[in-house]
Design a protein around this ligand. Structure first.
Ligand SMILES: Cc1cc2nc3c(=O)[nH]c(=O)nc-3n(C[C@H](O)[C@H](O)[C@H](O)COP(=O)(O)OP(=O)(O)OC[C@H]3O[C@@H](n4cnc5c(N)ncnc54)[C@H](O)[C@@H]3O)c2cc1C
Length: 491
């Protein structure tokens, strides 16, 4: 039986382990921490449970597909429900709007709350759908590092539509061209943050991200977001995958350009293939440092990070839903701050996620579990994070308190936080970035690291810091592309 070692149990590592076990490998997963899931993990404190990282769940069929790949029935492992609304939006001037999936309800919201026609929104959704449908099979399901991809039927099918891809505009420029209403521009610029990018720099084609929420929908997994990790871990265990916790891999062992296994302290573990789910920067700069090889892809600009407060709140706020977003009045200045690694912006956009709205077990009765987040720069070593985190806390509470018309602080009965250094410490993510490399440059998709090594046979990569990028769906897709390009696997 061929042996595979997976370094890290983030969702990209877990899904790689499942796929390899399904292909008949004897799989071991080494995880540095005492918990599984990496960013997709949880924090429990004083009777409250919080999802530590991801909270917006789209494309659940990618998890179903993983379960089916392993020859199992998705319903035996994983359940989720489609949400009626994706977000509740709040603006400083008091405007509030709920983004419903139902088109008739959304039309009414846009017309009554923004006093503008729905038609541009409907047209925008059509275009986002086209962008998504043409790009998904090419950019998200295939390796961009194989020449065959560019001659595939998917590539040929995109050619007649290239002129509609807004390749030479930023997301913001494309949105300003499309919408007259500034709040609609803001609403759709916001989607750049779904892969930690800047809408004033990222290419217009990324406006396809909004299609996920607008037309495909947002979902809530049974048992909250940690339910995803739990399901995939159970699947992996049922397939015989062995998990070794609290064990940091120190080196990927290579001989004659062929992977031989990993080293942990003085101990060596043999393997025919090694999959790194560790951040690609550390894969090169720590795990492969004895090989003396560098990767430009590993050094690309990092995505944004975040400052997140996990708050136990002794009150239920009826005006808030599962996902709530409070806009900054000047998003251009805000993003300029973030991507120039400056201090916390005074009027940040704020995101509040409350899973106890759906999963009552996540907070005591009559209480709510708030995930209160603002985007922040990745940690380049120049920022004073203690000071910044305290400032972020004040700024966020003030802004949300004003909007909700009550001093929120009086209801907080427990709190903890993550910031870029803590995200690094918790998940070994370079500079504490959330989504690996940013997508700010026009060609970013092509600069991400591939899912296999061109220099070392038997070495593969799966996770948010490599192709096709960050976020749960893409991290799972990275394991799919990886296995499809493995010479050790007969697909
Ligand atoms: C605050 C926050 C909010 C987010 N919101 C969303 C969202 O709403 N929707 C969404 O889809 N995505 C979201 N994301 C992004 C998403 O969480 C990530 O893109 C995805 O989970 C990354 O998974 P990964 O496979 O790259 O592994 P990671 O989660 O990065 O985990 C890597 C694992 O490898 C382990 N490891 C690293 N090095 C070693 C080593 N040498 N030896 C052993 N183990 C090692 C680490 O301990 C860790 O467990 C968010 C992330 C954060 C932090």
């Amino acid at each position: 039986m061929k042996k595979a070692i997976v370094i890290g149990s983030g969702i990209g590592g877990l899904s790689a382990a499942v796929r390899l076990a399904a292909k008949g490998f004897d799989v071991k997963v080494f995880e540095a921490k005492e918990f599984l899931g990496g960013k997709l993990s949880q924090i429990e404190q004083d009777g409250y449970r919080f999802d530590a990282g991801p909270s917006v769940f789209t494309l659940p069929q990618i998890i179903d597909e993983l379960i089916q790949y392993a020859g199992k029935n998705p319903k035996d492992y994983f359940d989720y429900e489609k949400l009626d609304e994706s977000f509740r939006y709040f603006w400083v001037d008091g405007t509030r709007l709920t983004y419903y999936h139902d088109q008739a309800k959304l039309k009414q919201e846009i017309e009554t709350k923004l006093n503008t026609s729905f038609e541009p929104v409907a047209k925008y959704q059509e275009k986002a759908a086209l962008l998504f449908e043409k790009n998904y099979p090419l950019f998200l399901e295939k390796s961009l590092h194989k020449i065959g991809t560019y001659f595939s039927k998917e590539a040929i099918a995109t050619l007649p539509h290239l002129h509609r891809f807004d390749l030479f505009k930023t997301m913001h420029e494309a949105n300003v061209k499309h919408f007259e209403h500034p709040k609609l521009v803001q609403m759709f610029d916001r989607f750049a943050t779904y892969n930690g990018s800047n809408p004033f720099m990222a290419p217009g084609v990324l406006n396809m991200i909004s299609h996920l929420e607008s037309r495909i929908g947002t979902y809530f997994p049974k048992g909250s977001m940690i339910g995803i990790t739990n399901s995939v871990v159970k699947l992996a265990k049922d397939l015989g995958v062995e998990f070794i916790m609290n064990t940091k891999v120190d080196e990927i062992v290579v001989q004659n350009k062929q992977v031989k296994g990993v080293r942990i302290g003085q101990e060596k573990y043999d393997a025919d293939v090694v999959v790194s789910n560790s951040d690609v920067y550390f894969t090169y700069n720590e795990l492969l440092k004895n090989q003396g090889i560098k990767s430009k892809a590993a050094e690309q600009e990092r995505s944004s990070s975040g400052i997140i407060f996990y708050l136990g709140i002794k009150k239920e706020f009826k005006e808030l839903g599962l996902h709530n977003f409070f806009f900054s009045d000047n998003m251009e200045e805000e993003f300029d701050h973030i991507f120039n690694k400056k201090i916390v912006y005074d009027d940040p956009s704020i995101y509040i996620n409350i899973t106890s709205k759906y999963n009552k077990d996540d907070a005591p009765e009559g209480c709510e579990n708030w995930f209160l987040m603002m985007n922040a720069p990745a940690n380049d070593g120049s920022q004073d994070w203690d000071e910044q985190t305290e400032k972020a806390y004040r700024v966020m509470l003030d802004k949300v308190s004003k909007q909700l018309g009550t001093d929120v602080e009086q209801y907080i009965e427990t709190k903890t936080f993550l910031n870029p250094p803590k995200i690094k410490e918790r998940t070994n993510s370079y500079q504490g970035s959330i989504y690996g490399t940013s997508s700010n440059a026009k060609m970013s998709a092509f600069f991400r690291h591939s899912n296999y090594s061109k220099k070392i046979k038997g070495l593969y990569f799966s996770g948010g810091s490599v192709h096709p990028g960050g976020g749960i769906p893409l991290s799972v897709l990275s394991s799919k592309i990886m296995v499809e390009n493995m010479r050790e696997v007969r697909n």
